[in-house]
Design a protein around this ligand. Sequence first.
Ligand code: ADP
Length: 988
Amino acid sequence: MFAQELVLRQRAEILHALCSSGSAEGLERVLDMLLAQEVLVWEDYQNIQVAGRALCTNARRLLDLVYTKGVDACGLLLAALNQVLPEAQRAGLSFGGCCSNLEETEELHGTATQTLLTERPGLVGKLRDCIDGALEALVESGSFTSTECDEVQLPVYTLSQQARHLLDHVRSKGESAAKVLLQYIQQKEEGGSPLNQEKWTPPQECLKYQKKLSSSVSAQCCFLSTYGGTGNMSLDDIYTEGQLELAHDCADVHGPLGLEDIVGTVGTLNEEADTVLVSGEAGCGKSTLLQRLHLLWARGAALHDFLLLFPFSCRRLNSEHRELSVQELLFQHCCWPDREQDQLFQFILDHPHLILFTFDGLDELKQSFSDEHRHCCPTQRAPVPILLFNLLQGSLMKGVRKVVTSRPEAVGPALKKHLRKEVLLKGFSPGGIDCFVRKHHSDPTVATRVLESLQTNTALLGLCHTPVLCWIVSQCHKELLGCGEGSPQTITDVYLMILQHFFQHQNPQKNTLGIGWMQGHLNTALHLGQLAFEGIGTSCYIFSGKDLQACGVTEEDICMGFLIQSKDISSTSCKRYEFLHVTMQCFFAALYIVLTNDMERSTIPKLFQLQDMRQTGLRSTCFSLCLPSTVLQGVSEGEAMAAETPNLQITATFVSGLLSQRHQSLLLQCCSSPTLNSKARQVGRCLSKGMQRHFKSIPKPVEGEKKSMHAMPGFVWLIKCIYEMQESRIAKDAMTKLEVEHLKLTYCNIGPVECTTLAYVLQHLKSPIGLQLDYNSVGDVGVEQLLPCMHICNSLYLRNNNISDEGIRKLIAKGIQCESFQKIALFNNKLTDACTQHFSHLLKTKQNFLALRLGNNNITSEGAKQLAEGLKSNQSLKYLGLWGNKIGDAGAEALAGALEGSKTLVWLSLVDNGVGSAGACALANIIKNNTTLTELWLTKNCITRTGVECLIEALEHNTDVKSVWLRSNELSVEEEEEMTQRESRLIF
Ligand code: ADP
């Protein structure tokens, strides 16, 4: 008898044999074999094996499908059954001679993904015993997230089922994941554990060098320079985790990264590239982070994959004027090998994957990155910037991993295209601030008092997200705790506080002289100011004794503590100095501009014009123009000043702050009132002009769309300068000229500090706008900072901003009082059910509220019930989005009950919420009873035929609904086709 006939005739028996035990294992093994034999293709498999559907339905679907595929397919099915079914169940069946061993198939492998199918039965067996290890390998390679691992290892699955889910997931990830898995299994088979594979040890000479290098690195990294003066604080004692994130969206990566993820595979954009960029604003902790990585490597506590780590500082590379080969660069700038340099270098060339280079502060390199000059030979000499650029783009020392830090402004598209990935360092989280302050103060009561005082001054708390400011605030805790009302609000206030602190700390008796503290130290301020100013103009951050002398810097000035001795591995015998931090140098440069009487009048306007020059692609030479030509010697013509713009921006911010009315009495001790006033007027004019230039760039709106402005680079900086001035007149003046309906500041690096400044300025807008702050780091502290401008926001877009329920509580409390506030979007934050009571209150209270979008948060049925309470008494909401939460049937039922009577709802999305047919039937009541709804989104749920029948029936009574989206629910292709025929508004 033909195999096909055997399958047909024995249908009931086969079904019984496959399903009577209640276990799906038999059917699943048969499916594995048929996939391997290519009787079934992947789509067939997905149609048969539908999760949550009865085992017998799946088995029937298999028999139907195989039957239609003909005699050969049926033969192979019988052979598979013969092999899989236990003796007792096989006994009553006839196999008609189809008994070949299906696991012994010929190996005809193509891609790794294909191999997963053709070897599926064997792979399931192998994986059963090493699911954990395989998942670990996949996570490590960046192919899997921990959520996906949890999905694979759901406790309801048997080990074989876990193995199959693993295979299915890997398949959906594509070729590279499949390769990782196959490689893992192969290694496991060959060597027991993949880790046992590497029995190889590096040559002795190399190990000796590693020891020398790590002890030198370790010695360099134990202490933070900002704690140099206070002695006994080691990096271990004070290091606090900063917030690290990928700069680009990566579907598999959610939440913060760890230190080792910087060099790991997570979030890799370009497999071919070697260079990882860590970017962040000045003072956000980039150097400290590298220092930590170096120290951990040197101790063998991290980066185990790298045998040798070579740390470089771009600031120090600036002073290398010789041409060098890579070999000379490594050995002369990092660590000199005692013997056999050439062999050692050869080893490095031969084992690039064991080597890591780090370059701190690319923004401080005098030359900006360019990939025009190719240099590929590691033994040939070239100017150091050329070596560096070729290393970063991978034309030199390909395969060696490189980590480079920079401020974001200094990284242009030329470098970006050579990046493996970009990681953003976003300073301390609120918890990080707490942790840092507690580490800084050995006395816990002092730490608590500092933290309490920060809580009462949220503008200052916002500033403390930047570690360098957190450090200053902690250093100046006595001043901070003593100043009550006048506690610092702006960055300038904070730097003035540390200025006073250092002056008085070093020279307490000067207080008693009866003159103000600034006046008492005017000479020091001017000397250091001139040094800083000239350094900023020439991208010089390390100063020789001669430089100090030229600016009149004395031993006494040095003792104040703003300058520290430069740590230079390749140090020459003479002492060299740098400012405690580059922002400190900018602050002194600003002090100099403000305090000195013989500053050219054009300096301030030029300082504020730099954004223009950047936009036109020209290099700003404003400082060069203000500097005497002697200072410029040594900066060769055409040497671009990459670091200039960010440092000039910071300097300009400080100039604005220092010239604010609030500091007049302090500065009047040192210079005349007309001079100060004239400089302050100049700054006011520059800011106003700068703003107008931005407003002029706003394009005419497309018909039907709102007049919208997307912030150009420099906009946020201007806003910050206005904030530093703390004069509402200037803020008002700037904002009255802004005529837009929508202000877009997505991906603008807006943190709490920027929120403070934005709110300060935007509150003066004439009419309400939509404020779009998606993809920033606003957080709960930032939300609180935004409150003063809530009344001018009709819509607030805060997608992807790390906001939690606490932030929402404050936001809503204020929003309820704001008449114009009508829409909010909070997609992808950290919201849970706890926030829904606030939204419920908002909906009850505000009868003009239009749109609530809470997608991709953690709202369950309980939260939906709370929302429903609010919705019941709301008569205004048009858009409700809950995409990607977990409201389930119970939540859908609660919402449906509340929305049935809505006379305003137009759009409802419950995509991906675990809603089943019960929920769908409840939602059908909205369709039945409501006349405003036009779109209902139910994609990616678990609705079956029953639920869709309810929806169809409801649609019969409704002509207003335009579409009901039902893709990826639990219906077969045939069912979907049939239902579309019956109701064309259903979209599958
Ligand atoms: P960047 O290189 O981004 O300009 P730095 O790493 O130089 O910033 O940080 C400036 C100062 O801030 C450090 O000297 C230190 O006092 C403090 N700091 C930065 N990051 C950390 C951290 N992770 N833990 C403790 N303190 C930090």
